[in-house]
Design a protein around this ligand. Structure first.
Ligand SMILES: *Cc1c(COP(=O)(O)O)cnc(C)c1O
Length: 377
């Protein structure tokens, strides 16, 4: 359902063209739910999910910290009022000059996943805290993050030992179970690996302090997902199982789970057509597509709920595509999307659950289409 605040905004402001409207009340509620679900964990919002200044300012006021991936994201978080102590540089792949800049800005918490990156940090941010990311299999995630980030736990031991030797503070271990993770046991498997790294290093006299449990918390698209509370309980159980009564400091980095369901993308039907008289599937073309915010429909990974003014009329599956001249700009074809047969050119549609990974994934001007406009209410 589109919230009344969003409906009112569109009615009074009448923005032209497709746009994303984020309801900040929902972000506030999501933040509260994470706080309640994991009261012992610090929340580092993953800025990349949606860096709108209004969202960052709201989260600053609620007490959030921020996971950033670049100097630009660090500056956005600072601009919104976060102190450097509340910002981590969580990308494991950083240019040395960006680490130096972050260090100058006062950032003191960095992600690594190899000794090469540790050496960069030792050179440019001496004495900083580092945490090493370990690989996870991403099983159960709808948008898995695969093998690009992290190392095997045995290597994490070497990486952190090396960091300590170079005068950095070996601070902890991180992982990300894959985005839109609906398997509650995913954190347990990762935490088992993390606990081993803690144990091995403790025997050498290196006491790690922190586990960064990453993001992965889902947002509701078409299927129900477990509540923040059930995630909280599963994670707390896993922490107790693997760390006993010596549970370290923990942080979580929700992105999608913080803003996904707060976003409503208003779009319009540009064309409904068929390729042959006897085709049974219609093609429905919208004024947004893969290049204007719906990048996560790649491989049809994320399947958004769509609302039309004709819901309730007889529906039939259709192929849903975007407006650009790239044939890759098709959202749903392998699994066609059911939409009302009465749907017609000019109809307004709402794509729900679009608060995360939409505005930042929109192209600058492919085919002259402007980036997705966004508003916060
Ligand atoms: C993208 C990212 C997140 C957020 O992931 P979600 O699945 O959107 O919650 C958290 N941490 C890191 C390091 C990330 O790269």
């Amino acid at each position: 359902m589109v919230t009344q605040r969003v409906v009112d905004f569109l009615k009074t402001r009448r923005p032209d063209g497709p746009c994303l409207v984020v309801d900040l009340d929902i972000v506030r509620e999501n933040y509260g739910n994470f706080e309640k679900a994991l009261p012992q964990s610090r929340i580092f919002y993953a800025v990349k999910a949606n860096p709108a200044p209004e969202i960052l300012r709201l989260l600053v006021s609620l007490g959030s910290s921020f996971d950033t991936a670049s100097v630009a994201e660090i500056e956005m978080a600072l601009e919104a009022g976060a102190t450097p102590e509340r910002i981590s540089f969580g990308n494991t792949i950083k240019k040395e000059k960006d680490i130096a800049r972050a260090h100058t800005l006062g950032i003191n918490l960095y992600a690594v996943d190899c000794v090469e990156e540790v050496e960069k940090i030792a050179r440019t941010a001496p004495g900083a805290r580092v945490f090493c990311r370990v690989l996870t299999d991403g099983a159960g995630a709808e948008w898995p993050l695969s093998r690009k980030f992290g190392c095997v736990p045995a290597m994490a031991v070497d990486v952190l030992r090396h960091a300590q030797k170079l005068g950095l503070e070996a601070y902890g271990v991180s992982f990300h179970v894959g985005s839109q993770q609906t398997d509650l046991t995913a954190w347990d498997r990762a935490l088992a690996d993390v606990a081993q790294v803690f144990d091995i290093l403790a025997k050498e006299g290196i006491t790690l302090k922190m586990v960064n449990m990453g993001g992965g918390f889902p947002t509701r698209y078409l299927k129900d997902v477990p509540t923040a509370q059930s995630y909280g309980m599963a994670i707390f159980d896993a922490l107790s199982r693997h760390f006993g009564n010596r549970i370290p400091e923990t942080i979580i980095e929700p992105g999608r789970g913080m803003v996904g369901n707060a976003g409503f993308l208003r779009t319009e039907v540009v064309l409904v057509s068929k390729k042959a008289d006897n085709d049974n599937l219609r093609w429905v073309y919208l004024d947004v597509g893969k290049f204007n915010g719906l990048a996560e429909t790649m491989d049809e990974a994320i399947r958004y709920p769509i609302m039309t003014g004709r819901d309730g009329d007889e529906a039939a599956p259709c192929i849903l595509a975007g407006p650009t001249c790239d044939s890759a700009d098709v959202m749903y074809e392998k699994t066609p999307y059911p939409l009302p047969l009465s749907l017609t050119i000019g109809d307004e549609l709402f794509i729900l659950g679009t608060g995360a990974y939409t505005t930042t994934y929109a192209s600058v001007a492919f085919n002259g289409f402007e980036p997705l406009r966004s508003y916060c209410v």
